[in-house]
Design a protein around this ligand. Structure first.
Ligand SMILES: *[C@@H]1O[C@H](CO)[C@@H](O)[C@H](O)[C@H]1NC(C)=O
Length: 189
């Protein structure tokens, strides 16, 4: 996990795939990765990403994992914030979403940027469950490794019930890893 406000003027996010505006029933969402934008006015736009390669957009930069990054991971093992929401998620849906995330992060670190007008999160939707990585601040960049993801899951499971909707945020960071129902509003800044 590394995060910092973007210092360079970056081109606005241009999404390759057609966007889907909310509200819509979570049940209508096909399983898979989405890049999702939350605007200040409450509008939520989910963009399906047909495969992992398509995660390489303006807001999402996939980077091959070199050989792990233990230093970066160790730096954020200090304070942390965990929020448990008291609702149970579909167990199989959660497991499948987590497994697909792990499969992705096994070879790639996910670098994600929220632009100036929206908070952005990458999510894996499965059976009404979303497992997501959110950059919870505008003009902010973060990167997620497999170690980071696993760490966040362990923290949630240590504090919340298993399969309970919850999220983990690194202290002092805008980065959140969470699991929720697809109809829950997350990554609201
Ligand atoms: C909310 O803001 C976004 C981005 O500026 C815009 O595209 C969208 O039309 C707005 N939605 C509403 C309901 O005003």
């Amino acid at each position: 996990m590394r995060f910092f406000a973007t210092l360079l003027a970056l081109t606005p996010a241009v999404l390759a795939a057609p966007a889907v505006s909310q509200p819509q029933s979570g049940a209508n969402l096909a399983a898979g990765f989405y890049l999702t934008q939350v605007y200040a006015n409450g509008t939520l736009v989910r963009t399906p990403l047909d495969n992992v390669a398509n995660l390489q957009g303006a807001s999402v930069i996939s980077r091959r994992t070199a050989s792990g990054n233990p230093a970066a991971t160790a730096s954020k093992l200090g304070k942390r914030f965990i929020d448990c929401w008291g609702r149970q998620l579909d167990n199989a849906g959660t497991d499948k979403a987590v497994d697909r995330w792990k499969g992705y992060l096994r070879t790639t670190n996910l670098e994600l940027r929220s632009p100036g007008d929206a908070n952005v999160y990458a999510e894996l939707i499965n059976d009404g469950v979303t497992v997501y990585y959110c950059i919870n601040a505008k003009n902010t960049f973060g990167s997620l490794s497999l170690e980071d993801f696993n760490y966040a899951l362990v923290q949630m499971d240590g504090r919340c019930r298993r399969y309970e909707a919850s999220y983990f945020r690194w202290d002092g960071s805008a980065e959140i890893v969470g699991k929720a129902s697809v109809n829950d509003r997350v990554c609201l800044g």
